[in-house]
Design a protein around this ligand. Structure first.
Ligand code: GDP
Length: 274
C-alpha cells in the first residue's frame, strides 16, 4: 500500500488485519482547531498532568529540547481523539489544539508536563493530501525521531475504539516495534461502545497485538467520560520517571462507568464520524 493513500478504517470487530510491513504512516494536512470548547463543569477533577504547557514546535530533529530527561510521544489516525486525550490528561480544554494550527500540523509539538519531561504530539496520519511532503517529513523528522530519540520512553497510539487497528495503525506499530520501546494503546471514544462491546474490543485488540514484538499494553479511554485517565496516567508517569507504580488494567469495566458527575474536558460531538 502506498504511503500516500488515504485509508479506509477497518470495521472488523476482531480488529485483525493483515499486517502491512512496508511504508510509513502518512501525515495529515492542515486541520483547523476545533471551536467552542465545553468548559469543564467540575474543575475540581483530578487531572494527572495539571502543569502541562505548550513548549515549542520542532521542525528539525536538532531542535528537540536538549534538557529532556524523558518524553512520551502521541500518535494516531486523524480524528482518533489524540488532541482530546492530551487535553484530558492535562485538564485543559484547548491545549493540544495548538498542534492543529497552521505551520504545526506536520511537526513535533512539545508540551512540558514536568521539569524536563515532555509529551510530544506527532502529526496525525490518514488524510494526507500532499503525500510527497509527508514522505519527506517522515524521512527527515518523524522516522529519525521515533528511531533515534534516546529520551523517547514510549509511544502512545490512539485509536478510535469503534474501528481500531487500521492499516496505517499497523504500519506505525510494526515500524515502531523493532525499536524495542513500549507501546500503550488508547482505545478512544469508549463511551461510544456498550459495556459488552468495550470488553470484546479490548480483548480482541490485546490478542491482535500480543505478538507485536515490543512491550505493548492496551486500555479503553474516553475523554468525554474521563474514563481510563488514571490507568493511562499511571503508564505515562512510569515512563516519564514521575512515579514507580503502574496501575493494573481495569479497562474491561471502567470505560463506560464514570459517575455522572464526571464531565468532558473536551468539545465532543462535532466531526466525530469521519
Ligand atoms: P485528533 O484529530 O486525533 O486530535 O482528534 P480530536 O481530539 O480533535 O477529536 C476528534 C473528534 O472526536 C472531535 O469531534 C472530538 O470531539 C471527538 N472525541 C474525542 N474524544 C472523544 C471521546 O472520548 N468521546 C467522544 N464521544 N468523542 C470524542
Amino acid at each position: 500500500m502506498s504511503n500516500s493513500q488515504t485509508l479506509k478504517s477497518s470495521t472488523k470487530t476482531s480488529a485483525k488485519s493483515t499486517p502491512k510491513k512496508t511504508g510509513a504512516p502518512a501525515g495529515k494536512v492542515l486541520k483547523q482547531p476545533a471551536t467552542g470548547p465545553v468548559a469543564p463543569k467540575n474543575p475540581g477533577h483530578d487531572h494527572p498532568f495539571p502543569r502541562t504547557e505548550f513548549l515549542t514546535t520542532v521542525a528539525r530533529l536538532r531542535d528537540t529540547p536538549g534538557d529532556a530527561v524523558a518524553e512520551v510521544a502521541f500518535v494516531g489516525r486523524s480524528n482518533a481523539g489524540k488532541s482530546s486525550a492530551i487535553n484530558t490528561l492535562a485538564g485543559k480544554t484547548r491545549l493540544a489544539y495548538v498542534s492543529k494550527t497552521p505551520g504545526r500540523t506536520q511537526h513535533l509539538n512539545y508540551f512540558s508536563v514536568a521539569p524536563d519531561r515532555y509529551f510530544v504530539d506527532l502529526p496525525g496520519y490518514g488524510f494526507a493530501k500532499v503525500p510527497e511532503d509527508v514522505r519527506k517529513q517522515w524521512d527527515t523528522l518523524l522516522g529519525p525521531y521515533l528511531q533515534t530519540r534516546e529520551q523517547l520512553k514510549g509511544l502512545v497510539v490512539i485509536m478510535d475504539s469503534r474501528r481500531p487497528l487500521t492499516d496505517m495503525d499497523w504500519q506505525m506499530l510494526e515500524w515502531f516495534a523493532p525499536t524495542g520501546r513500549p507501546v500503550h494503546v488508547l482505545l478512544s471514544k469508549a463511551d461510544k461502545l456498550s459495556r459488552q462491546e468495550q470488553t470484546t474490543m479490548l480483548r480482541a485488540v490485546k490478542a491482535d497485538l500480543a505478538d507485536l514484538g515490543c512491550p505493548v499494553s492496551v486500555q479503553l479511554f474516553s475523554s468525554l467520560k474521563r474514563t481510563g485517565v488514571a490507568e493511562a496516567a499511571s503508564v505515562l508517569k512510569h515512563w516519564l520517571g514521575l512515579c514507580d507504580n503502574v496501575v493494573e488494567s481495569t479497562s474491561s469495566d471502567d470505560a463506560g462507568s464514570a459517575p455522572d458527575a464526571t464531565v468532558a474536558a473536551i468539545d465532543v460531538g462535532r466531526n466525530d464520524d469521519e
